[in-house]
Structure formats: C-alpha cells, structure tokens
Design a protein around this ligand. Sequence first.
Ligand code: FAD
Length: 181
Amino acid sequence: MIYDVAVIGGGPSGTIAARYAAMHGAKVALFEEHSSIGFPVECTGLLSTKALQECDISPDTSFVINTVRGAYVHAPDGTCIPIDGRNTRAYVVLRKVFDRKLATMAADAGVDIFLKSHVHNLAYENGLNTIHVTQKGLQVKFKSKVVIAADGPRSEISRIVGIPKPDRLLPGIQFEVKMKP
Ligand SMILES: Cc1cc2nc3c(=O)[nH]c(=O)nc-3n(C[C@H](O)[C@H](O)[C@H](O)COP(=O)(O)OP(=O)(O)OC[C@H]3O[C@@H](n4cnc5c(N)ncnc54)[C@H](O)[C@@H]3O)c2cc1C
C-alpha cells in the first residue's frame, strides 16, 4: 500500500501530526520502534494549559494528576520569590497515559500504527519515499508520498537525510527531591 504520509516516532509530536493528517483525509502510517506507546517515560509531565488547548485535548482526569498555578523560585542566596498565576497555568500529567491517549486519538482518526517498527533508512525516487523498517526482526519496506520525522531530539532520521545538528544545545538538569509537607 502507498501511504500519503509516513510518521516516524510515536511520541506526542508523531501521534498529533499523524492524527491531524488523517483528520484531513490522508492515509497515514505511524512507525514506533518500541513495543508500546509512552514507554520509556523521559518527562516530568509538566504541560502548559496552552499546549493542551493547541493540541485540542481536554485535560481529563485519566492523565491529569495535578494543576499548577504558580511557583516558588529559590535563588542560591536563599531568597524565595513566590509567583502566583491566580488561575491554572499548567497541568502535571502522567506522560505514559497522555501519550497513549494521543495514540488512541490518532488510531480513531484512521492512522495505521505499527509498533516494534524501527525505521533505519529512507530513499526517495520518482516522487515516492521508500521507508526501510525492521519490523519484529524482519526487513520490510513501505512507500509514502510524505515523511514526517518525529523521532525525538536524538533524531536518526534527520541524520539520514542530512539535516545538520543544531549549532547550540541548551542542557537542563532535573532533580527529584523530598519536600517537607
Ligand atoms: C528528563 C526530562 C524531563 C522532561 N520534562 C518535560 C516536562 O515537564 N514538560 C514538557 O513539556 N517536556 C518535558 N520534557 C521534554 C519532552 O519529553 C519532549 O519535548 C517530548 O517528549 C518530545 O516529543 P516528541 O514526540 O518530539 O519526541 P519523543 O517523545 O522523544 O518521541 C520520539 C519517539 O520516536 C521513537 N523513535 C525514535 N527513533 C525511531 C526510529 N528510527 N524508528 C521508529 N521510532 C523511532 C522513539 O521510540 C519515541 O517514542 C522532558 C524531557 C526529559 C528528558
């Protein structure tokens, strides 16, 4: 089968892009290398209210476990600046459940989701992309008119198609700390 759109990566970018393409009438395939969506989790799960609005997802209790309306900013000298946003500004989500909800929405829109499907090469000729996939140990080829590389910050696909790495990376550090209630 020739797909209109092939999406590589079943994270939020991939599932949302796939859903919107399918909603607009495209025949879409999504390839995810893991055996399930939403695993492994590499996220704290803090999402702005705007992010959910933009993705057209209602913040239901299946994945929202807390709301955030402000923050205490602690400076190294011990100064604490409280910021009260008054209204809910962000949600704390269970990323695994959130990602699976997005994938379900994509599947409901008609996206064919292939798990255990690692895309290891791409070729383009005569107006069509050939997507080389290792699927459950087998080498399989798919055809599509358009490819969306949504394979995350360490994108293998951008390297394959020759997109240069970003000039500058902004690293961040995350800590898990115990707080006094
Ligand atoms: C420690 C940490 C904490 C974070 N906390 C937050 C936070 O609080 N709030 C927030 O908004 N963001 C947070 N982020 C960032 C957030 O996780 C990413 O921005 C988000 O996951 C990017 O989504 P994505 O769909 O672009 O990529 P990803 O979520 O990385 O999804 C890419 C998918 O592509 C698949 N894939 C990769 N290569 C292939 C291939 N060749 N073939 C098939 N499949 C492939 C991967 O398995 C993966 O499922 C955090 C990140 C980290 C590391």
